[in-house]
Design a protein around this ligand. Structure first.
Ligand code: ATP
Length: 359
């Protein structure tokens, strides 16, 4: 296992005039070549976490380490300009009066001007902006401006880069392309990247690991597939996408639900709440001896279809392929394709923090 490049431990921050902390005991590590996305609803503390790591805000307590170097602790505070961490803002924050090259050269310190120019030129080439060195930011597209901001963040040699909602003002295609580029860059340059977003799809598709925040606290951290399929609680389950929450009783690892008996994938007894995502359910013609519901609506989405099925007093969502022939009014049986995730029980919940094993 490689050593982390960035470690944050119990980071807590209260703004003056606010009674309670806006982030509480935030802890995570980011490894070389890894992209960690911080995702959560507006106001949950994502930006404050990044700004505190960067040193733009003073933490009440907690520790920030870059490799072996302590940047923030009870007795130490390294100012932002000495942290060797790159920061990309949502609005790019480029200097409008400087050229692309000058913008990228701006943060490089301690080397002669010719060397700064060579470094900036190389980074711009790496990021696909060769040939645009002499342009001003307002002569660039949004995507190109965001690439310049990224180049400026990494040009000083930063191996830790913090990105605060950097793609939010870009069109979907450009967003998609730049997300891929950030991932490639992190891998190639062995950088540790923390990406803040409130877009759950972006968080899932860009992350090696994602951390879901609510009210200043990390609720769950782990590889996207794990967190999506095994949410630690109802909030995480619902924040990362549509899901069917089912309250039932479990015995010997089997849930007795209105849909019938459902495998829970582990030994558990007593009252539980399950999360079954729409794509984890299948729609069948009525099966004898199994509960039967009625299709009450369907949403055609091009590549797939979501059915709304009423069964008893509840409504369930089922995602099928777009060619599924069920119509509104049809009767159907719902069958799970995989064990349901337990999001709430009185015993041990799912694993809360999972570190991605790196080669
Ligand atoms: P968004 O997705 O909307 O950008 P966020 O998750 O990044 O939200 P933060 O910007 O970190 O959230 O804000 C967290 C909380 O801290 C919010 O309630 C916000 O109003 C508050 N806050 C942020 N900056 C300050 C400040 N300088 N002074 C007082 N309160 C602040």
């Amino acid at each position: 296992m490689k050593d982390p490049l960035l470690c944050v431990h119990n980071l807590t921050k209260t703004f003056s005039g606010c009674g309670s902390p806006v982030i509480r005991d935030v802890s995570f590590c980011v490894y070389p070549g890894e992209v960690l996305t911080l995702v959560g609803p507006s106001g949950c503390g994502k930006t404050t976490t990044l700004r505190t790591i960067m040193g733009f805000e003073h933490a009440d307590r907690g520790e920030v380490k870059h490799g072996d170097e302590v940047l923030q602790s009870g007795v130490k505070f390294v100012p932002p300009e000495q942290r060797k961490i790159g920061f990309v803002f949502q609005d790019y924050a480029l200097f409008p009066h400087l050229s692309v090259l000058q913008n990228v050269m701006f943060g490089i310190r301690g080397v002669p001007r010719a060397r700064k120019r060579a470094i900036a030129t190389e980074v711009l080439w790496m990021i696909g902006l060769a040939g645009l060195e002499d342009r001003r930011p307002h002569d660039l597209s949004g995507g190109q401006q965001q690439r310049v901001a990224l180049a400026r963040a990494i040009a000083p040699g930063s191996r830790v880069v913090l990105l605060d909602e950097p793609f939010s003002s870009l069109d979907p295609d450009t967003r998609h392309t730049i997300r891929g580029e950030v991932r490639m860059l992190a891998e190639r340059a062995k950088m540790a990247v923390v990406l803040v977003t409130h877009d759950q799809e972006e968080a899932l598709s860009t992350a090696d690991r994602l951390a879901v925040m609510r009210d200043g606290v990390i609720e769950q951290i782990g590889p996207p597939e794990f967190v999506y399929n095994h949410p630690a609680n109802r909030f995480v389950a619902q924040f990362l996408g549509r899901t069917n929450l089912i309250e039932c009783r479990a015995e010997g690892g089997v849930g007795d639900t209105p849909l019938g008996k459902i495998d829970l994938g582990r030994e558990v007894d007593g009252a539980v709440t399950l999360s079954l995502r729409p794509e984890h359910l299948e729609l069948h013609k009525p099966i004898e001896g199994r509960p039967v519901g009625k299709v009450i609506a369907r949403e055609f989405k091009g590549h797939d279809m979501t059915y709304h099925v009423r069964l008893g007093s509840a409504e369930y969502l089922v995602q099928t392929d777009a060619g599924c022939g069920f119509k509104v009014g049809d009767e159907a049986t719902l069958c799970p394709r995989m064990p349901a995730a337990i999001v709430d029980d009185s015993g041990a919940g799912p694993v809360k923090n999972v570190r991605l094993p790196l080669a």
